[in-house]
Design a protein around this ligand. Structure first.
Ligand SMILES: *Cc1c(COP(=O)(O)O)cnc(C)c1O
Length: 390
């Protein structure tokens, strides 16, 4: 059976080039970068090169890059460390649509005595910088706003928000896990102090991430250890994964223009779905939107049943974010856009990538409408509507 992977916002396939770049670092160049002998020096050289590559991709210096174990770790470190580094300031501004890694890190700081303002979004899922400005206080330590949303694909005006944060003397952090590799990400252009990214969202393996920390910004030590990551995060470096992350970042930047093709397929998918399926609505604004993100609410159905039937046709999709998919809580992101609970439950996310073809999109457009129709025919609510419209 045909299989179409349309869940790239949850994770991506490791690309062949990335795997090939990593392989020598398992059985051949397996050294510990801290060792002084030849094998260690070889590893250190690869580590330095990888750090320089990631830095180049983000337009910063190599010594502003810290490798972490994942995007969640980078988010946690930036938020906790960023807040702590502004001694005496006890207020944080974030948004209602952040990834749970960032949102829960803020919640944890509330228990430490911080006050957090959760700025809302409009019905299209965009943050208004004026709302951030209005929330700023004397004691605001940190502003944390994600660059692109993992569920509805909306891209936020980070540059403007960073200016507001800095004018008020606060640090600016952005979770750019979904942005990197999909849209241009330049830390200088954005003017942010910290930025998080994750390997497995950009065709590198799971279990590797990075945090950009502008020179002079010093989040507290995350892991006490042997002095790795300039003494701030101990632990022998995951060299193969780091090399993989660097390769993936390099490829993503070199191939950024290919994202126009992905965006064209996204638009075909969105238009096709909205045309073919009545009582459907796009979640998240059209523009600016991640090139691979489609998220549609279908009235009168449950997203879970929709996923199962799509899976039977070989289509892998998602209802909300993978993190909330094992709970029955409706997505906090969709609710923040004002979508009522029932409609949030009937939402489908399709996230495509460079590997998605036009045939894949045609296949989804062929299979999805009859499935939605079948599910609606089992819905008493829909029956009423169908009867009244006759
Ligand atoms: C996936 C994701 C994360 C978490 O990254 P992991 O590497 O899976 O921990 C954080 N933020 C956003 C926006 C994400 O999409």
């Amino acid at each position: 059976m045909r299989r179409i992977y349309a869940d790239n916002a949850a994770t991506t396939a490791v690309s062949r080039e990335v795997l090939d770049a990593m392989l020598p670092y398992f059985c051949e160049s397996y050294g510990n970068p801290s060792s002084l002998h030849a094998v260690g020096r070889e590893a250190k050289k690869a580590l330095d090169a990888a750090r320089a590559t990631v830095a180049a991709a983000l337009n910063c210096d190599a010594n502003e890059i810290y490798f972490t174990s994942c995007g969640s770790e980078s988010d946690n470190w930036a938020i906790r460390g960023g807040a702590h580094s502004k001694k005496g300031k006890k207020h944080i501004i974030t948004t209602k649509i952040e990834h749970h890694a960032a949102l829960h890190a803020c919640k944890a700081l509330e228990k430490e005595g911080y006050e957090v303002t959760y700025v809302g979004v409009d019905e299209n899922g965009y943050v208004d910088p004026a709302d951030v400005a209005a929330a700023m206080r004397e004691d605001t330590a940190l502003v944390s706003v994600m660059m692109a949303n993992n569920e509805i694909g909306t891209i936020q005006p980070i540059k403007e928000i960073a200016e507001i944060a800095h004018n008020g003397g606060a640090l600016m952090f952005t979770d750019a896990v979904q942005a990197v590799g999909n849209i241009p990400v330049d830390v200088k252009e954005l003017g942010v102090d910290m930025l998080a990214l994750s390997g497995h969202k950009i065709h590198a393996p799971k279990g590797i991430g990075a945090l950009y920390c502008k020179k002079g910004v010093r989040p507290d030590v995350l892991i006490e250890g042997g002095g790795q990551e300039r003494g701030r995060r101990g632990g022998t470096e995951a060299l193969a994964s780091i090399v993989g992350l660097a390769k993936a970042a390099e490829i993503a930047n070199a191939e950024l223009s290919e994202m126009d093709k992905v965006a064209a397929l996204r638009d075909k998918l969105i238009d096709g779905i909205l045309e073919r399926i009545p009582y459907s609505r796009l979640n998240g604004g059209r523009s600016p939107r991640l090139p691979g993100n489609v998220n549609v609410a279908f009235e009168f159905i449950e997203g879970e049943s929709l996923l199962l039937l799509l899976d039977m046709e070989g289509i892998c999709a998602s209802t909300g974010s993978a993190c909330s998919s094992n709970s029955l809580e409706p997505s906090h992101v969709l609710l923040a856009t004002g979508l009522p609970v029932e409609k949030a439950h009937g939402s489908l996310r399709l996230s495509i990538s460079k590997d998605t073809t036009e045939e894949d999109v045609d296949y989804i457009l062929e299979k999805l409408p009859p499935i939605v129709q079948r599910l609606r025919e089992m819905s008493p609510l829909y029956e009423e509507v169908a009867k009244n419209s006759k």
